[in-house]
Structures are given as C-alpha cells and as structure tokens.
Design a protein around this ligand. Structure first.
Ligand code: TYM
Length: 336
C-alpha cells in the first residue's frame, strides 16, 4: 500500500495553538501531549494560530518572534512535519476566506454567548474588537477546512468546538454535505490545569504573576521554585478534594505527567507533608520538560531549516484547504 493510501485510510486530526507568549504546562498537558501521541494513529494537521493572536494587542516584532518560536517548539515537542502537516495559519488564506462564508451562517446571538469573549472583553474593555467577537467563526474555519474526525483541545475550548459543530451541521443542511462534523478529544487528566497562585483560575500565559504558570521552556530551577511556592490550603494531607483546589491541581499535574492514578499518588504521599509533595511534582515536571527545552534550543538556531519546514507545511495544508473551500463556495452559488 502506498503512503498516500495509508494516510487516506486513517482518521484525521486537527488542532491549533495561539503564539501569544510562552506556551505553558497547561497547553502541554491539556492539548500538546495528545497531539504528540495522536501522530501514531491518525493523519494529523497542526497549526500555529497566529491570526487569532491579534484579537488582543500585540507588538509586531514580538509577535513575529513568538510565531517562529511556537513553530519551533511544536517541532521540539516531537511533531513530525514530514509525516504530518505542521504549518502557520496566516500562510493559508483559505482560513479567513472560509470564515466569511461561515460568518454569514452564524448568528450574532450565538457568538454573544461565548464565555471566552465575555472574559476577554471584560479584561480588555479598551479593545473589544469585532475580531475578538467573531473569533470562534475563524476557529470553525480552521477546523472545518481539514475535515478532521477529532480535535484535541483542553476543556476551555469545548464551547468553541461545539459552535464549530453547530455551524458545520447548519451549513451542510442548508447547502449539502461539505463538512465533516468533528468530535472534541479532551484528555481525562490535565484538561484544565489551574493557576499555581489562584487555583480557581485557569493556568494562562497572560497571567501577570509569573509564579502562576510554568512555561514549557522554563529551566529546572524555575520550575521547581514555582511549584514550591504553589498556593495550597492550611492542612498537610495530600488528598484530592473539592475543598482543596490547590493540592488537587498539583495531584492532577503529577498524575498527568507520571501516569500514576490519584489513589497511587495519595498512597505514595501518605504521612508526608506538602513540602515533599510539591518538590516531587516540580521534579517530575522538570524531568519531562527538560528534553523538550534542549531540542528547542537546537531547532530555533537553524532559521533556514525552520523556514523550509513551515513553507512546506503551508503548501501541504493549502492543498487540502483549497479543495474544501472551493466546494463550499460552489455549494453557496458562487461562479468559480
Ligand atoms: P490556546 O492557544 O489558548 O491554547 C492551546 C491549547 O491549550 C489548551 N489549554 C489548556 N489546557 C488545559 N489547561 C489549561 N490551563 C490550558 N490552557 C490552554 C487549550 O484548550 C488549547 O487546546 N482558540 C484556540 C486555538 C485555536 C484552535 C483552532 C484550537 C485556533 N483554531 C482550531 C483547535 C482547533 C486557543 O486559543 O487555544
């Protein structure tokens, strides 16, 4: 069987990540770890969603550097640009083009309900732009162009995925079959990694307190220091419980990294204090991330290879995207 046939028989996966600052342990455990694993079984397409990043204010020089560093980090994580497609969203114009067709089939009321829009517009009242509002439609276009069966994301993206499915179903009903209806693929452990400083909030790279989040590229000492400083409750029993959100978050992280179950972890740390547990979590995370950082330092140095890879990735992506886009255009009634 030729390689082409093999890939045609495989189910498809698509996901993207924004290049808005340093990627975090939350991104890694909620999404990227699954991306790496899924490469063995599925035909995968992954992108740096740079168009999404400008829904909030960005410094142009910094944005450029972050797009490149995010692409390099995806390679360092072990995504394989030869077997799969790894590209930069803005290099494939069909994303914005399809998003227009989808916008005209999406209701204002649906978009107004999106919690991320509500959160971000409350956080940046000076910049509630139309792009921030219609962002989930662009995300739906990112997904639907590649007809994926599964979309690996963290729990915070579930609502956006549901709207992408609704838009696809509506479009197919109105114009005939164009899009595959994708399923979310959310990890059992690590789908919602919380801030180390305020466990009621999601771990986020935009958090002003750098101790609240761990970057994938943090060095070992920084990682361990951040875990040592993590906010926990006043008793000292390592136990998963709703009234112990800080320690529960650390148990989740330790479980996602080591593969140990919650019961195994509670047993391992029975009679031991929080200090010992926090150190163990910090060391486990640092061990897991160290080889990624090492590979990243090598990859980011070789700008020429990096450019070759993202250009090839975009060509591969565009071939698929163009086909879907023209099919949608034709169904809507445009003259091609
Ligand atoms: P983004 O860039 O904010 O995050 C990338 C991925 O990381 C997951 N994630 C988390 N998971 C667990 N705990 C956390 N604290 C945490 N923080 C982030 C996110 O769920 C996501 O899977 N809109 C998307 C990017 C996007 C996209 C797409 C995703 C654009 N187009 C098409 C899927 C398909 C976003 O802002 O993710």
């Amino acid at each position: 069987m030729s390689e082409q046939n093999i890939s045609e028989n495989k189910k498809r996966v698509l996901s993207c990540i924004q290049p808005s600052g340093m990627l975090t342990l939350g991104n890694y455990l909620g999404a990227l770890k699954n991306w790496i694993k899924m490469q063995d079984e599925f035909d995968c397409t992954f992108a740096v969603a740079d168009l999404h990043a400008i829904t909030v204010k960005q410094d142009p020089a910094k944005l450029k550097q972050q797009i490149l560093s995010t692409y390099a980090l995806l390679l360092a994580l072990g995504l394989d640009p030869e077997k799969h497609t790894v590209f930069i969203q803005s290099h494939v114009p069909e994303h914005t083009a399809l998003s227009w067709l989808l916008s005209c089939n999406t209701q204002f009321g649906e978009m107004s309900r999106m919690t991320q829009f509500k959160d971000k517009s409350a956080k940046h009242p000076e910049n509630v732009n139309v792009g921030l509002f219609s962002y989930p439609v662009l995300m739906a276009a990112d997904i639907l162009l590649y007809k994926p069966d599964f979309v690996p994301v963290g729990a915070d993206q579930k609502q956006h995925l549901e709207i992408a499915r609704d838009i696809a179903v509506r479009f197919n009903n109105k114009y005939g079959d164009v899009f595959t209806i994708p399923e979310p693929y959310i990890p059992k452990t690590g789908a919602r990694v919380m801030s180390l400083q305020d466990p009621s909030k999601k771990m986020s790279k935009s958090d002003e307190n750098p101790n609240a989040w761990v970057a994938i590229l943090d060095d070992r000492d920084t990682i361990i220091r951040k875990f040592k400083r993590a906010v926990t409750d006043s008793d000292s029993v390592v136990k998963m419980s709703e009234d112990k959100p800080g320690i529960s978050n650390l148990i989740t992280i330790y479980s996602a990294v080591t593969g140990k179950t919650v019961a195994e972890i509670e047993k391992e740390f029975e009679g031991k204090g929080y200090g010992e547990f926090k150190l163990a979590v910090g060391e486990a995370v640092a061990d897991e991330l160290a080889p990624i950082k090492e590979r990243y330092e090598e990859i980011i140095k070789d700008k020429k290879t990096l450019e070759e890879l993202y250009r090839e990735g975009s060509l591969k992506a565009e071939k698929v995207a163009r086909k879907t886009y023209f099919k949608a255009m034709k169904k809507v009634g445009f003259v091609l």
